[in-house]
Each structure stands twice: as C-alpha cells, then as structure tokens.
Design a protein around this ligand. Structure first.
Ligand code: MN
Length: 738
C-alpha cells in the first residue's frame, strides 16, 4: 500500500470511530468515552497487521460490531469496549491480563467468553449434536454475563453481512449455523431486526436461487404495492387528519425468509402468500393517550374498510411476552383485497423493531435505565437456563418455544399469563410456580373440572387445585408441552427416585442382617449382578419399591453360600436353634396365616414339600383326597399340571397377618372422569396395597365421577396409606371416609 492509501485508510478508521460514538443509544459519560477510547486504541494496535479476506484493514470489523452493539442493541459502554476488543485475545499477542489491566475485569471477562466461543467455532468436523452440546454449555456458562451472547450475535451479523469473499462451503456452514442457533437467539433476546436480517442472509447462502427468486419478485411487485398503499392512504388520510392525528402510513413486506417459510408450510406459490405485506399506521402520541389513539384509528379505518372480526389481534391490551405491542386488523382494502393493518405508536414501533434497545429512548432517569438493563439481562438468563434436558432437546425446545404462537389465559384473580399454543393445564400450573405445578391435583377451566392434560385456549380462566400429597409422576411428562414444565417434572422424578433408593439401601441392610450377611461393596456388587442390574442405585431403588423382595434376597443369599459354608451354618443352627427363629420373624410378623377362597376362610392346611412355600410367596391351595389342603407356590413345578387337570380342586389362597382383624370401611371418591380411572383405582387397592375390595360402584356425569368403595383394612395406617395412594391417581379430586 502506498503512503497515501495508508493515510486514506487511517482517515476512514477515524471516521468510523467517530460515528460509533455518535450512534450510541445511551448518553455516554466522560468515563465511558475514556473506556471506549482505550479499547479502540488497543484494538487498533492489536490488529494493525491484520487484513480481512476482502482486503480491508481488520479493525473495521470490530468497529462495525461495536456499532451494532451500540445502536441496534443499545448496550452500555462496557459492551461497546468489549465489542471493539472481541477478537483481540484470540488473534493477537494481547492476553486476558493485558485487557484486564487496560480496560478492567468486566470487559476482559466478556472478551474471554467471546474468545471461548470462537475456539468452539473453529472445530469444524463436529456433527450437529456435538455442536448443540457445546452451545448449550456455552449458553449456560455464559450466563454469568449474557452480554457475551449479545455481542456474539452482533459479531455474527457483521460476518454474515460481509461473507461474499469467503469460500462457498464455508458460507453454507456459517449460514446454516446462523439459522440454527443465532437467529433463534436473536429472536429470544428481542432483536427482531437482527433476527430478520440473519434469517434473510442465512437463506441467501443456503438456498441462493430461492432467495434471489423471491427477492426479484418482491422487487417486481414493488411499484404495484406502492400504488396500493397510496390508494389505501388516500381513502383514510383525510379522516385521520380531521381528528388531528399525526401519523405515517407505510407498507412493509414480510422478510424473504418468512415468505419462503410460509410458501413451504402452506405449499403455496409466492403469488398465493396473501399477507406478504402489511400496512402500518404509525402515530405520534404521548404515553397517556397511546392506547386511546390506537382504538380511535381502528375505528376510523374500519369506517372505510370492512374488518374481518376473526382476524383482530390486540397486542396493546395484552402485550406479547417479549414486549411486542400493536393492534392488528385485517380488512377488505382497495380492490377488494384482504390486507393486514398494523396500528402502533412510534414507541411501539421502535420496540417492535429493536426490542429492548428502544426502551432507553423512552426513559430519562439513568438509574432506572440500568435497572432496566439488569432485569432484562436477568430475564434472558432465566430463559437460557435449562440444565436438565440434553443439548439437542435444549436447542430444539428453545426453538420450539420461539416459533409457536402464544395463547393468553387468566388466573382466578384475572391476571394474564401467556403460554405457547398447545399448552395444557399442567403447563399453566408450572408456569405460575414450580411448587404449585408439582402439587397440582386438579384444575377447573371456567369453573368446570378438567383433566390435567386439557389443552388451554386463549381466554380460558384457569383455577389450579393443589394438594400436599401430590407428586409429579412419569405420566405427567405426557401431559405437558412446555420446556419449563418438562424440566421441572423430570427433576422431581429424579429426586423421588433418589429418595426411594436411599430408603431401599436401609431396608436392604436390615434384611441382609437378618440373613447374617453384611451389606458392603462386595455384597452390593454381587447382588447387582444377581439381579441383572447395572448400578447399585438401580438395586436400592428396586428394593425401596419392593420389586426386589425378601424372596429375591433370600435366593441371593442361598446362591451365594457354597456347601462348605452351609455345612457350618447348619452346625451353627443346630448348636444355636434360636437363629432359625430370628431368621423368619421379620416375615412371619407380617404374614403368618393362609386364608382360602373369596371369603378368605381360615382352613387347616399343610405346606407342600415339593416347593416349600414361605410367607409372602404367591400360593394356591390344592384339595387333596387324603391330606386335606396342601399349599403350593404358583411357581411350583407341579402347579401347572395340578391347575390344568384338577382346576375344580384349586382354592385361591393368600398369606395374611392373623394378629390383625380386617375392618370394612366405606370410601367415597370423586374427581374427573378419565379413561382407565376405575382400572387404576382397583389396581392401587388390590395389586399395590393388597387390600380387599368388598364392593365398588362408580357413576359418571358430565365428565365428573363419583365412586363408592368398601374395602377391608387391617388398621388405620393401612387405610391412611391407601387413601394417600388413591389421592395420587390422576383425576381423583377428593377421597373421604364415610
Ligand atoms: Mn469477530
């Protein structure tokens, strides 16, 4: 380069820097300016030898990124400085410590975060899921300072804008990554303009023909559109002016990317996308009259053009969760064509275009400003926190939550909650609070009982009923659609599993002790292998649940002892006969008697010698000719033959605790009628609790059921446990003892 060229370039750099200071949304203090100056000088020095692929001096890139950060996003001086320095640590001799010394810890930390992301980007061979995993980690670790992600988005935007001189395969890779990660992120953060630009650029490089085609068609129809907008405004302008309104009427076409999306989704041609462009009426207003004027304009517009009542959206009374405000109507415009009209104040307009950045313009108090920035950053942090799901799910869910439409429902007090379309009662419950979600017993929509998986509609008033005894179940995962609820339910299920496992370990230790086996690592490993499980946690969990019962444990102990050991054991037993007794106390404490038939009669019986049943085994009685009733295990090798040849001599039998007498108790149940509920109730009573049912009657009316059940229980604690378990069944609302 000649000296003149160098001088010219330096002039350009100085000019770009000046512009940067001018376009910031925020008023910069002297300290701010000093910080930005230091960052600028450092960046200039650091990048002085570098050039971009296009040939221009590298420093133009960080300046451009800082400009986006300052004007489009409206971040503070710290962020502007960090943006200027974002490639310094990665590409040049400057270190983290250098930056810390020059610009302070915060700036240095942000730059550090940005450097980490760049390092990840360089790993090109990774499959998409690995990338997603990295991005999730990134989003989580970057939570310390969300500004890292925001500056990264600005960096990505400038790279996309200046990608022309890059190799084609790199263009495609960067463009698809942008569509996959960065445009959804930009959307989530409320940077709508940036999101649209990223999407259009993404399409341009991934599907160039499609992009060019739509771009050309938009260009071709531009005049036609302009004429249409003029026709429209000619008709209503006078009316609006007569009311003393200050306004502007503009046309705005959808982004190329969203036109494309609509064409694919609805399988239509460019010409058939009817809402390619909308008309915007942007009016001036002070904050007091903002809403009133919107409706005034609505009323005037609909005086001239007939509206479609089904296509009105009032985002002013109910702003979207991302802050979007506007009044949308679709009317039959000139030439009898449907056209969407968006009515919004200048403030709403700017908010819609720039998201949070626009807030600065409408707030004067600088302290409030910073509070606003903090709470915005906090909100983003919360949105990005989600460490339960795996990475691909996370990114997918994240995207899912972005693009689905929103519905609005009311709490009993009339507060409004926004949820993604398709959300259920249970989603709503979790959206209020995790504690409420986890304790949801039932719900009413508009006063009527509904099941937990009931899908919500806009306008529903939802009342949640909770109970302290309710806990999330596996089934709940089928009832929810939002990422938040799913995450919380999963966390709770894991927690419960851990608890059961802990209890299981204690039970196992006790049971082994009665069998004179010590619970240590060796026995645990052996038992895990014996039960064909993978981990000790699996083992403890199953013991806690009761699926690994006394019998399994006994079998295990038996299999473990070899003949030699047995020999000694037998000797010991003979020498010390109480041992045999101790051995069975625990079990016989619970069941010591077998009763027969439906009436559970106490009859004389003998335990058969072929299978030697022990208390707790599943058994049946067989009426022999000479020896009365003999009791066999279900798994007895002779059972099948006996059952098939002498079915009439088989008696049902079960072990009971003879020390306790059974009491008949009447229970009344009510709740929401859902499929399989009766089945579930009887399952809990007989299979889970082993409680006898004497009578059962259910009636159902208008989706709500009532049930009367007579059960036989041994004592109150069994009854209490039974009622708790029944209460957990999906749909049961109330259980009382009559
Ligand atoms: Mn960069």
């Amino acid at each position: 380069m000649t000296e003149i060229q160098i001088e010219e370039e330096n002039k350009q750099i100085a000019k770009a820097y000046k512009e940067l200071l001018q376009i910031s949304y925020r008023s910069l203090s002297e300290d701010d300016k000093k910080l930005i100056r230091t960052a600028f000088d450092t960046a200039v020095d650091a990048h002085k030898e570098q050039r971009r692929k296009s040939g221009e001096a590298y420093i133009f890139h960080p300046i451009a990124v800082a400009k986006i950060v300052a004007s489009e996003i409206g971040l503070d001086a710290t962020s502007i400085a960090a943006a200027l320095l974002h490639d310094v640590v990665e590409d040049t001799k400057y270190t983290f410590e250098d930056l810390e010394r020059l610009c302070g810890t915060t700036v240095a930390k942000i730059v550090n975060g940005l450097t980490k992301i760049s390092m990840m980007d360089k790993d090109e061979e990774k499959p998409i899921s690995l990338q997603a995993e990295n991005y999730r980690k990134l989003l989580l670790t970057m939570n310390d300072d969300i500004r890292v992600i925001i500056i990264k988005i600005a960096d990505r935007l400038h790279n996309m804008q200046t990608m022309a001189s890059m190799r084609a395969d790199k263009q495609v890779k960067i463009a698809s990554e942008t569509l996959y990660i960065y445009s959804p992120l930009a959307h989530r953060i409320g940077l709508y303009n940036i999101k649209n630009e990223l999407e259009d650029l993404g399409l341009k490089y991934t599907e160039p023909e499609v992009f060019n085609d739509i771009e050309q068609k938009l260009e071709d129809t531009k005049e036609e559109q302009q004429a249409y907008i003029e026709k429209f405004s000619d008709q209503i302008k006078a009316g609006l002016e007569k009311e003393g309104l200050h306004f502007e009427i503009k046309g705005r076409h959808k982004s190329i990317y969203s036109i494309r999306k609509k064409m694919v989704k609805q399988n239509v041609s460019f010409e058939e996308v009817y809402d390619k462009f909308a008309i915007r009426i942007i009016y001036k207003s002070d904050s007091a009259n903002e809403k009133l004027l919107a409706w005034k304009i609505y009323s005037l517009v609909t005086d001239y053009f007939r509206p479609n009542p089904l296509r009105m959206r009032d985002w002013i009374s109910f702003p979207k969760s991302n802050g979007y405000e506007s009044l949308h109507i679709t009317v039959i415009g000139p030439e009898n064509k449907w056209v969407e009209v968006q009515i919004r104040s200048e403030r709403m307009h700017e908010l819609a275009e720039k998201g949070y950045a626009a807030h600065y313009k409408y707030k004067n108090n600088s302290e409030q400003e910073d509070q606003g920035l903090d709470s915005w950053l906090d909100k983003l942090k919360e949105a990005l926190e989600n460490n339960e799901t795996n990475a691909v799910d996370f990114v997918e869910e994240f995207k899912l939550n972005l693009h689905t439409k929103e519905i609005f429902v009311f709490t009993p007090k009339g507060d409004i909650k926004s949820l993604p379309k398709g959300a259920t009662v249970l989603d709503f419950s979790f959206s209020i609070h995790t504690e409420i979600g986890s304790r949801t017993r039932g719900a009413k929509i508009n006063g009527k009982l509904v099941p937990l998986n009931q899908e919500l509609n806009s306008g529903d008033q939802v009342e949640i009923m909770t109970s302290k005894t309710v806990k999330p179940t596996q089934q709940w995962l089928n009832y929810v659609t939002t990422g938040r609820a799913r995450t919380k339910i999963k966390a709770s299920l894991n927690e419960e599993r851990k608890q059961i496992a802990q209890e299981g370990k204690i039970i196992l230790r006790r049971k082994l002790k009665t069998l004179r086996v010590v619970l240590n690592e060796k026995t645990i490993n052996e038992l895990v292998r014996f039960c064909e499980l993978k981990t000790s946690q699996d083992l403890f969990y199953r013991v806690g649940l009761g699926t690994i019962d006394n019998k399994v444990i006994k079998d295990f102990v038996a299999s473990r002892s070899n003949t030699f050991v047995n020999f000694f054991k037998n000797k010991l037993r003979k020498a010390n006969p109480e041992h045999e007794q101790v051995d069975q106390t625990e079990i016989t404490n619970q069941y010591d008697l077998i009763v027969f038939g439906k009436e559970e009669e106490k009859l004389n019986y003998k335990l058969s010698q072929c299978c030697k049943p022990i208390p707790g085994d599943k058994v049946f009685g067989f009426l022999t000719i000479n020896e009365g009733i003999k009791v066999h295990k279900y798994t007895c090798p002779n059972a099948l033959q006996l059952q098939s040849n002498f079915a009439y001599r088989i008696l049902s039998a079960k072990w009971i605790d003879s020390t306790q007498i059974e009491y008949k108790t009447d229970l009344k149940l009510s709740g929401i009628d859902n499929m399989g509920l009766v089945n579930e109730v009887t399952k809990v009573i007989s299979t889970v609790m082993h409680v006898n049912i004497y009578s059962i009657a259910f009636t159902s009316n208008g989706g709500v059921f009532e049930g009367n059940i007579t059960v036989g229980v041994k004592n109150k604690s069994v009854l209490k446990l039974l009622m708790t378990k029944l209460n957990k069944i999906q749909g049961i609302q109330k259980i009382t003892r009559v």
